[in-house]
Ligand binder design. Structure first.
Ligand SMILES: [Zn+2]
Length: 368
């Protein structure tokens, strides 16, 4: 009996051996458009997205230096007030025009399928549509698996029209650039300026002005580069991978984690406004926003994530676009998985990819 109890306790601490089956979303409520922008916010918890700033962390001087100002910025009596203050574009616009998944308070669930719950395995799962036990570190190792971005780039319709801009410099390895030659600008890599004053300015900042270069570039530089590339080259499928949120969380700076999330919300707002005022993109572009992993849900574990930290597998996603029905926060109790995202990305531009469909009957989707 003692042994049995021991085993039971051990098993209860492990991720469930029989996770719930993957839910499917109705393809008639998520229809494709001609273009797609994927935005990833590294290591952002569903808790901040759906409940705003955590009052306990906001008032803990170990994590928040200026508790008074930060409370005025992001505090509030209710979760609705706090989340609205933190991410006004998400809650004023996307929640009214799009769909939001992963609010556990409404029984909407999305999780990673990989057992590791950190970045490389997360992005691998997201873009290849599968997990691989051997993908078990964040090291710069070439990923041998085909991903949805290179798949789309290999289709006639999207050939040369897929591009990725990421703050984290491991993406060229995750996305197999050595094999597929995808357009990927990552970390502090310069762009060939080709007469663009914006590319030249970003290069100047990266090369001569910013003295401290770590593995993750300042998100604003990634954003400016992506937007300029979109204006010049008109790509059909774009990945914008932001990373500062995870960096600040790991260093235990809740105030800066919130600020970088708030800035990401502003960038999304600016990008959406540009999309909706630019011919070719206007009313022809879907937005998919998600994260690579969750973080610890306990007060002293929010800074970290991984196999042993509860909450790390919990993710979320937001969708908006001309084919996305404005259903707001989803309350359907369906369980979605990160490995279904690759098929969703393909489905959002009318293509099929991967072994794990997210949409019902997605073989019959037609481009609008
Ligand atoms: Zn991390």
């Amino acid at each position: 009996m003692k042994l049995f109890l021991c085993c039971l306790v051990f098993m209860m601490t492990l991720p469930s051996a029989h996770p719930p089956p993957p839910g499917k979303l109705d393809a008639s409520l998520i229809r494709p458009s001609g273009r797609l922008v994927i935005i990833t916010l590294d290591g952002v918890r569903w808790q901040e997205l759906y409940k705003g700033a955590d009052p306990e962390l906001l008032n803990d001087t170990e994590y928040t230096s200026d508790t008074s100002s930060m409370n005025l910025m992001y505090g509030g009596q209710t979760e609705e007030i706090r989340r609205q203050r933190l991410m006004p574009f998400l809650w004023n616009v996307i929640s009214r025009k799009g769909q939001l998944y992963g609010n556990r308070s409404l029984r909407s669930h999305m999780n990673v399928s990989n057992i590791y719950s950190f970045s490389y395995p997360g992005y691998h799962e997201m873009f290849t549509g599968n997990t691989d036990l051997a993908i078990s570190s964040n090291k710069k190792k070439h990923n041998p698996h085909t991903n949805v971005l290179e798949y789309l780039n290999g289709q006639e319709l999207f050939s040369g029209k897929v591009a990725a801009f990421t703050s984290w410099d491991v993406f060229p390895y995750i996305l197999g650039q050595k094999r597929n030659n995808l357009v990927i600008n990552s970390g502090y890599e310069n762009m060939e300026d080709k007469g663009s004053a914006t590319f030249a300015a970003v290069n100047e900042v990266q090369t001569n002005i910013l003295t401290e270069h770590v593995g993750t570039r300042k998100d604003q530089l990634t954003f400016i580069t992506a937007k300029e590339y979109m204006a010049k080259e008109q790509p059909s499928v774009v990945l914008l991978g932001l990373g500062e949120t995870d960096e600040f969380a790991h260093s235990g700076k809740y105030d800066l984690y919130l600020e970088s999330l708030s800035k990401a919300d502003q960038m999304i707002a600016e990008l959406w406004n540009w999309i909706q005022s630019t011919p070719g993109y206007r009313n022809n572009t879907s937005l998919l926003i998600t994260t690579d992993h969750g973080r610890g849900s306990k007060h002293d574990q929010w800074t970290s994530h991984g196999f042993f930290i509860k909450g790390s597998s919990q993710t979320w996603m937001a969708l908006m676009g001309p084919g996305i029905e404005p259903l707001g926060e989803m309350k359907n109790g369906k369980q979605l998985y990160q490995q279904q995202l690759a098929s969703l990305m393909a489905g959002l531009v009318g293509e099929k990819f991967g072994d794990h469909d997210m949409l019902t009957d997605s073989s019959r989707v037609t481009r609008r």
